[in-house]
Design a protein around this ligand. Structure first.
Ligand SMILES: *Cc1c(COP(=O)(O)O)cnc(C)c1O
Length: 498
């Protein structure tokens, strides 16, 4: 915006004198509304700040454009700036973003978006009081652990279940209760690191469990486990190799064989399932993931998995297995520290209700929905996004003195989506992306601009020096909001380069 052109007759002294006084602005009817929302103190401070920044415009030799200045120093102009300042100041740092990376369970972007049912459940128990620890039948103190236990048992076939803060906490609690002071046997092919800070060897050390590594990276035989079992052995631990696959010449014993060996030697078999699918994604042609139920059916004593990976619920660690084991875990002092709050339980229970209907779950829960959406459906949504973008940007080229098609380029291309969250790392989800170009703006600047100036921020990918917006992870109904945000950024970038 050109604020310094020399076409006015305004001189500095009279311009500064024409600024309205603070007390007058504060007592205006425009201020009353803001004072009600933000308090008199905040509004006064913001008014002073806006006035001071207006005075700054005359610092040195600068001379604002007269019409622009008049507009800005009107009561309406100043109070609009005040409102914007207060809005900016009270905007949460944690905010909604649009995920156009194509990575469904995106750890940096909050993993699983919740279902409608989960959102409603959270809002209804968070707004008022709830029976979090109150048994409505008996009218006495109840346990928060019991709230979702029955549903978890029905879905997994387990005798008992409980919920803690996340799966990392679940692993820690199980190791601590069942194997502290003793040893756990783990295959060298399963000593994984997940998300940087979670490493199986480190968490075992932290929980006071001796790690006994067996086999090799690609092959571990049943005999390796059997040889490693001593009187110190408390547990055989199987870890899901969530975020990588060893392909080719590989071998490991079947879970049922491990279960038999564990039983024979009187030690526990615990499987850290990582994602823990309740729905069989293989029936949708996705992945090779066994369900939680299949793991338990193979004879595992206890399993744990995340609430916000393939399950698509809230951040939580779910532990399911034998009744006596879960009973011990619930009594462990750590369970009190690792417990989840009512909002998590509400979201989780709602997600479990949806999961209990496997025909509906891939429609009602966002994560399974995004994973199973057909390539055609993704393409159709991409076309809707393009249509909205054209509407938003129509006419902008002329306004900027550019020929249409010159100012920006939109192109639909085939792209690949990913499951993410350290689940099914080899799975490629066929997808459509929007490739975006803006005249005179580098791809890096566009990519950064979408993230920094977008409202909501638009998170895409930079592939071979092109900005790609993968539509698989754009939630249905967000096409218009996304187009609006992208267009807003494109206009700002075009302006600053025009
Ligand atoms: C993701 C994962 C974890 C950690 O789960 P969080 O819910 O992120 O705490 C632990 N183990 C495995 C195998 C995982 O894939």
């Amino acid at each position: 915006m050109d604020r310094t052109s020399d076409n006015g007759t305004l001189d500095k002294q009279s311009a500064l004198r024409s600024l309205p006084a603070v007390h007058k602005l504060i007592s205006s009817h425009l201020a009353a509304h803001l004072i009600e929302m933000y308090s008199k103190k905040w509004v006064t401070e913001a008014v002073e700040e806006v006035l001071s920044s207006l005075r700054q415009m005359w610092a040195g030799d600068s001379k604002p454009d007269e019409a622009w200045w008049k507009d800005r120093i009107s009561e309406t102009g100043i109070m609009a700036s005040v409102h914007n300042l207060l809005k900016k100041r009270t905007r949460p740092v944690l905010r909604e973003v649009l995920n156009l990376t194509g990575v469904v369970i995106h750890t940096n972007l909050g993993r699983a978006p919740l279902s409608e049912r989960a959102l409603n459940a959270v809002s209804s128990v968070a707004r008022g009081y709830s029976n979090l620890e109150y048994d409505l039948q008996k009218g006495q103190r109840g346990s928060r652990h019991d709230l979702v236990e029955q549903r978890l048992c029905q879905l997994t076939g387990a005798q008992a279940a409980m919920v803690v803060n996340n799966n990392a906490a679940a692993v820690f609690l199980v190791l601590r209760e069942l194997a502290q002071g003793g040893e756990a046997v783990v295959s060298r092919g399963e000593l994984v690191e997940i998300g940087g800070s979670f490493r199986i060897p480190a968490i075992m050390e932290e929980s006071g469990v001796g790690l006994v590594e067996v086999g090799t990276t690609n092959k571990t035989h049943l005999a390796d486990y059997r040889r490693a079992i001593t009187e110190n052995t408390k547990m055989l631990l199987r870890v899901h190799t969530s975020n990588f696959r060893i392909v080719g010449f590989t071998e490991r014993p079947a879970l049922a064989e491990l279960a038999e060996t564990a039983k024979e030697h009187g030690v526990y078999l615990y499987e850290d399932l990582g994602s823990g699918a309740l729905i069989d994604f293989r029936s949708y042609g996705i992945g090779d993931e066994e369900t939680v139920m299949q793991s338990l059916r193979a004879g595992v004593d206890v399993v744990s998995f995340s609430g916000d990976k393939l399950l698509g619920g809230a951040q939580a660690g779910i532990i399911a297995g034998k009744k006596d084991i879960i009973g011990r875990l619930k009594k462990n002092q750590l369970a009190r520290m690792l417990r989840v709050d009512k909002m998590t339980l509400a979201a989780l229970e709602a997600t479990l209700i949806d999961s209990a209907n496997p025909d509906c779950a891939p429609r009602t829960i966002p994560v399974p929905r995004m994973l199973t959406e057909t390539a055609t459906a993704v393409r159709e949504r991409a076309e809707v996004l393009v249509k909205f973008l054209h509407e938003e940007l129509a006419g902008r080229e002329e306004a900027l003195g550019l020929q249409p098609e010159e100012a920006f380029g939109l192109q639909l291309i085939e792209d690949t989506g990913r499951v993410g969250g350290g689940a099914l790392p080899l799975e490629e989800l066929p997808s459509t992306a929007l490739e975006l170009k803006v005249k005179g703006v580098s791809s890096q600047a566009l990519f950064d601009g979408l993230r920094q100036l977008g409202d909501p921020p638009v998170i895409g990918r930079l592939v071979e020096d092109r900005v790609r917006l993968n539509v698989r992870t754009l939630l249905p109904g967000e096409e218009e909001i996304c187009a609006h945000s992208v267009a807003h950024v494109v206009r700002q970038l075009l302006h600053s380069h025009a």
